[in-house]
Design a protein. Structure first.
Length: 203
C-alpha cells in the first residue's frame, strides 16, 4: 500500500518530535534556484540569499521556517535566458546538436539523499506545464517531436525537507556524446506537498 504525502510528513515529524505539525495545513508548493552565468558545476539553494527574487530564486534562505516543510515529489532542471544567448532549452530535436545530461546530488542537513542521479537534457520552465511537444520544421514539412524529459518523479516515496534544516542541490552539466563537461546556464526546482502555518491554531 502506497504511503500518502501526508503520512510521510507526519512520520518524519513524529521522529523529529515536531508534534505541532499535525495542526498545520498542507498545499502544493515549489522552490527554485538558478544561475544566469554559464558554468559546468552548480551549487543551488546554498547562495540563494545573494540572488534576485523572483528572477533567479523564490527563497531567501535554504532552510524552511519552524513548522514549515516540503515533501519533494518532483525535481526538474531548466535553462535560463542570459545576455550571451537566446533561451537555453538544453534539449534539441537533432542528436548531438545540444544534448546535455545533468548529474546531481541532493543534500539535506549533512546527509546526501540523492547521489549522482542523471537527468537527460532539460527543457524551458514551460515544459513543466506542457506535454513537452514542440513543432519542428524540416523544409516544407512541420511535425511534432517529443522533447527529452527534464524531471524525475518521486511520487509514492518523496523526500521530506524538514523545518530548519539546510538543503542543497549540487549539479554538473555534461555533453551526452563526448561525456565532457559543458558550460551553460541552469536552474532547478523542487515541487511537491508543502506544509504551511495554520493560523487557526497558531494565533
Amino acid at each position: 500500500m502506497a504511503i500518502s504525502a501526508q503520512d510521510k510528513i507526519m512520520y518524519v515529524a513524529n521522529k523529529l518530535g515536531l508534534s505541532s505539525l499535525k495542526y498545520m495545513q498542507a498545499s502544493t508548493g515549489a522552490v527554485y534556484d538558478g544561475d544566469f552565468s554559464a558554468g559546468s558545476k552548480f551549487d543551488f539553494f546554498e547562495t540563494s540569499v545573494q540572488k534576485n527574487n523572483p528572477e533567479l530564486t523564490n527563497i531567501t534562505d535554504n532552510r524552511f521556517e519552524v513548522n514549515e516543510a516540503l515533501l519533494v515529489e518532483t525535481i526538474g532542471f531548466y535553462g535560463f535566458p542570459n545576455p550571451a544567448s537566446a533561451m537555453c532549452n538544453l534539449s534539441s530535436s537533432l542528436w548531438g546538436e545540444n544534448d546535455y545530461v545533468v548529474v546531481f546530488d541532493m543534500t539535506i542537513g549533512n546527509k546526501r539523499v540523492i547521489k549522482q542521479t542523471p537527468v537527460y537534457a532539460a527543457g524551458s520552465p514551460a515544459c513543466f506545464a506542457s506535454s513537452s511537444l514542440n513543432n519542428q520544421s524540416a523544409g516544407p514539412d512541420t511535425f511534432m517531436y517529443q522533447q527529452a524529459r527534464h524531471q524525475i518523479y518521486l511520487e509514492g516515496a518523496g523526500i521530506l525537507i524538514p523545518p530548519q534544516v539546510e538543503y542543497s542541490i549540487n549539479a554538473q552539466l555534461f555533453d551526452v556524446i563526448t561525456g565532457l563537461p559543458v558550460s551553460d546556464s541552469l536552474g532547478v526546482y523542487l515541487y511537491g506537498t508543502r506544509v504551511l502555518l495554520n493560523f487557526n491554531t497558531s494565533i
